[in-house]
Design a protein around this ligand. Structure first.
Ligand code: GDP
Ligand code: MG
Length: 785
């Protein structure tokens, strides 16, 4: 029977995983291996995806994916997790030559480069923050850490250079993160890797450890979340497990700092001693069983014939990767002289494995690794307790948050609450800052003599940046909410319940989070798309992100809506803009996934971490990080853009003897006024005059500037009489949809790695804005006349 046919609460044992390529690999790596127990926990509100429990953690799969897993149902009383038989632990000898191969650390420099590697949500960033005191984001949603952050810590006379790497389940090159982590390890060669392990989820977490052992680098394991395992009553002889893996393992709790000192002491010990001087620090070979080991030997022999390869890589690691049909490693083989021979040996060895074990070599390697882990865990007397499970509270909460009827209402209520607080609570500090900026302008104006410098300071810098800084409180409140949702684990549930809808748009449940973040600022949102594993979903998400109305557009909305619409309609006009943006995003992503970006559908497979109470410190840090990003954007790009826009409007000056022009007339004859008038014909179909065109151009640097430009152009409060409400609304639509801002376009370039997609995003949004505003204007004029 298929896993998808399992009903709520039923248990089964996995027989095999069908399907192909990346999907299959990911599924197996996450623990769906032959002999494992699965339990079907619950359906998402729309009946898809489905939450399962495997290896003691919870994961969601789409029905279509679950149908590729063959299972045999078992009764609940029968199902004891841990029933599966492991490969009896048996040590494989390794050669002397291998032992000396490890990178030597120069201890005289007193610096140690340390990389943090581990599954998502195991606590890497918490350690990083605890040790380095750096302000780094801690998240409880798979893949919140999307780039390597570095920081320094001092301990025992050494400087530790810490690198916080993104969370990965393995080192196969399946997602951008995995490839990134692997490259970091191979190319930057840290002296020591701290493999952070979620101990309440030991079996799956150790999978990555076995891959690190293959790479033959210095590894120390932090058995993190040890508090949770103690509470549950787990038993494990971890000194024994350390010896079996040849890797020191130290129980830690990174939220309180327990075990951190010992962890650092161990690292120092490791760089100061040699392998084999400690019983838990030695080079072992993960025993893959007879057939696979024979194949590894055969391929390794060919690899060793090439001295170049031998210097740069662990040949055992390469051999294993080749048997896993790893694209990157196969690519390396195409560049070496004896590559052809190596690959043909690999093919023969792989065929041999298939003959002997009945599975392809890729699965055989993965199965064997899990077999080894089980064997070692048995040997170390691993037993999970059943006192108070970490998931106990989670199940109660999920009964509400992912409930068939309550799931969506709760979700939308939380979104509403988030925006409500952002705009109502944010108003107070906003008023204070506004008053402050005004005071500063007046203060500077009194002290300085008249001239271009004074004008630039007041109108260009204070005026331009001032209109932006007022939004800082709102940004902070918005990010406070997002941080709480992320850190508590709710965001993963949002992806879970939204997946079916997002899937219809050609996207992934995970696309939803970046899209929501886009309401704050498109720039970090574009960066957050790195959590999406499929390149296709990721690209489409980035392309439609600019349609999410970011908070920089809010000042324009407030200004225009406040001027043209009666108070009782104001909220509705505002909501309509957000909705139109979202509808456009849906339409565009459907079009893109249909016609533009081709490729496979993404497997959904997503871990649902238990709900954890976020620490105040982490929340404040996270929120402040985002606030800082916003300020940086303002300090840099927006400041420059403000000055340019100001200069374009300030020059040329009228002749010295001519009468001083009013501000408005000055703008009209200035460069920006000339540009605005030049392009006026382009925007007549939507009824914009040159002043609105000028505002649109000025918004290219940052949308906030549109508001301040309008403020200058219609300085005598004549905005209300200058436009009809229809034109004003079309202007809002244009501002909503057109060219996001330079920073966003640069972020898209950075993430896709090509100007092509960045240019595409810039062009299609502007074209869309033009078409939509013309359509609304023309239809509106017809109806109104
Ligand atoms: P990362 O994804 O590996 O960087 O994990 P994070 O550092 O973001 O941590 C994920 C969540 O686990 C956060 O909510 C942390 O507060 C929490 N956490 C981290 N370490 C521990 C620990 O030792 N015990 C407990 N109970 N929670 C922890
Ligand atoms: Mg992290």
């Amino acid at each position: 029977m298929k896993l998808s046919e399992l009903k709520t609460g039923e248990h089964a044992v996995i027989i095999r995983v069908t399907g192909h390529g990346g999907f299959r690999k990911r599924i197996v790596e996450m623990g769906f291996v032959k002999g494992q127990h699965v339990e079907m926990l619950l359906n998402a509100p729309l009946q898809d995806p489905v939450k399962y429990k495997i290896m003691g953690y919870e994961v969601s799969l789409r029905r279509s994916e679950a149908s590729m897993i063959e299972v045999e149902p078992v009764s609940k009383t029968h199902a004891h997790p841990g029933d599966e038989v492991g490969t009896p632990y048996e040590l494989l000898p390794c050669t002397e030559e291998e032992k000396i191969q490890q990178k030597h650390v120069d201890t005289s420099m007193k610096t140690i480069n340390v990389a943090l590697v581990g599954n998502p949500n195991c606590g890497k960033t918490s350690l990083f923050n605890f040790a380095s005191g750096a302000h780094e984001h801690v998240g409880n949603y798979s893949g919140v850490t999307v780039e390597a952050k570095t920081g320094e810590a001092q301990f025992g006379g050494y400087t530790f250079k810490l690198t916080d790497l993104p969370g990965t389940y393995s080192l196969s090159a399946y997602s951008p993160e995995e490839l990134f982590v692997r490259k970091q390890l191979m190319e930057h060669m840290p002296d020591v890797v701290i493999n952070v392990i979620d101990t309440s989820n030991l079996e799956r977490n150790l999978y990555l450890t076995t891959q690190l052992i293959d790479m033959h680098i210095r590894v120390v394991c932090a058995l993190n979340m040890f508090d949770e395992t103690e509470r549950r009553g787990d038993q494990i002889n971890y000194p024994m497990l350390s010896r079996l893996f040849g890797v020191p393992m130290i129980p830690t709790v990174f939220t309180t700092g327990r075990g951190v000192e010992e962890l650092f002491k161990t690292i120092i010990d490791m760089v100061e001693t040699n392998e084999d001087e400690r019983p838990d620090y030695r080079h072992i070979h993960v025993n893959h069983g007879h057939s696979v080991e024979e194949a590894i030997d055969a391929v390794q022999k060919e690899l060793k014939a090439n001295p170049e390869l031998k210097i740069h890589y662990s040949t055992r690691y390469l051999a294993i990767k080749l048997l896993e049909h790893d694209t990157d490693t196969v690519g390396i083989m195409h560049t070496v002289p004896n590559g052809k021979r190596i690959l043909s040996t690999r093919d023969r060895a792989a065929a041999q494995i298939e003959e002997e074990t009945g599975t392809d070599s890729e699965t055989a390697v993965m199965d064997a690794k899990y077999g080894f882990i089980r064997g070692a865990l048995e040997e170390a007397g691993y037993k999970t307790g059943n006192n108070k499970d970490t998931y106990h509270t989670t199940h109660t909460l999920d009964r509400f948050f992912t409930n068939r009827y309550l799931g969506f209402p709760i979700f939308f209520f939380l979104l509403w609450l988030m925006f409500e607080c952002t705009f109502t609570l944010g108003q107070y500090p906003m008023d204070w800052i506004e008053a402050g900026v005004e005071w500063l302008g007046a203060f500077v104006s009194e002290r300085l003599t008249d001239g271009p410098l004074k004008d630039m300071l007041i109108d260009g810098i204070i005026g331009g940046v001032g209109t932006v800084i007022v939004f800082l409180p709102q940004i902070l409140i918005l990010y406070l909410f997002i941080s709480i949702m992320e850190d508590s684990g709710y965001m993963a549930r949002a992806a879970f319940i939204m997946d079916k809808l997002m899937h219809r748009m050609g996207l992934h449940g995970k696309s939803f989070i970046p899209l929501i973040m886009g309401f704050g600022c498109n720039v970090p949102a574009v960066m957050a798309t790195r959590t999406i594993e499929s390149r296709r979903s990721r690209l489409i998400t980035m392309l439609v992100l600019p349609l999410m109305s970011c908070s920089a557009r809010v000042p324009i909305y407030i200004m225009i809506i406040g001027t043209f619409f009666a108070t009782k309609y104001q909220s509705w006009v505002m909501i309509s803009l957000y909705l139109i943006g979202m509808v456009m995003a849906i339409i565009m992503s459907r079009l893109f996934s249909r016609y533009l970006v081709k490729g496979d559908d993404t497997p959904f497979v997503m871990e649902l971490p238990p709900y954890r109470f976020p620490t105040t410190k982490a929340i404040i840090r996270h929120t402040w990080e985002k606030g800082k990003q916003y300020l940086k954007k303002m300090g840099g790009i927006i400041l420059v853009a403000s000055i340019i826009v100001w200069a374009l409007g300030y020059f040329p000056r009228p002749d010295a003897d001519a009468q001083l022009l009013s501000q408005e007339l000055q703008l009209e004859q200035s460069y920006i006024g000339q540009i605005g008038k030049f392009i006026e014909p382009l925007f007549t179909p939507q009824g914009f005059d040159w002043k609105l065109d000028v505002a649109i151009i000025s918004g290219v640097g940052a949308k906030e500037i549109v508001a301040s430009t309008l403020g200058v152009l219609y300085s005598n409060g004549n905005l209300a009489s200058a436009l009809t409400p229809l034109t004003a609304y079309c202007f809002l639509l244009f501002v909503l949809l057109y060219f996001p801002c330079i920073a966003t376009i640069a972020a898209i370039k950075g993430e896709t790695g090509s100007w092509k997609w960045a240019a595409f995003a810039a062009c299609y949004t502007t074209l869309l804005a033009w078409i939509v505003s013309v359509a609304v204007y023309q239809v509106g004029t017809m109806i109104l006349s």
